[in-house]
Design a protein around this ligand. Sequence first.
Ligand code: SF4
Length: 88
Amino acid sequence: MDITLKIKTFLKSLFFHISRGMPKCTKKEVLFRYNICIKCDEFIENESQCGVCGCNLSNKVRFMNKLAWADQKCPKDYWFSIERPNRK
Ligand code: SF4
């Protein structure tokens, strides 16, 4: 994937993530999503990356992993965002 497009997609996802209060996934939620991705034709295994959006995909609960951001969703609708209660 083109690096410029990848950066653009990442920044778009990051701004959305920040606007939603940066909700995180649990380890169980990350693994649920990851198990879908590794069976997907768009998963680029050697780069641990989605071939559609270019985002990093990992089974770890860490910041640079789209699967660990609860507000994110699969660009092909194979998995969805997870709603978190509003913070007070
Ligand atoms: S985010 Fe969606 S399209 Fe991308 S690899 Fe995962 S399941 Fe496939």
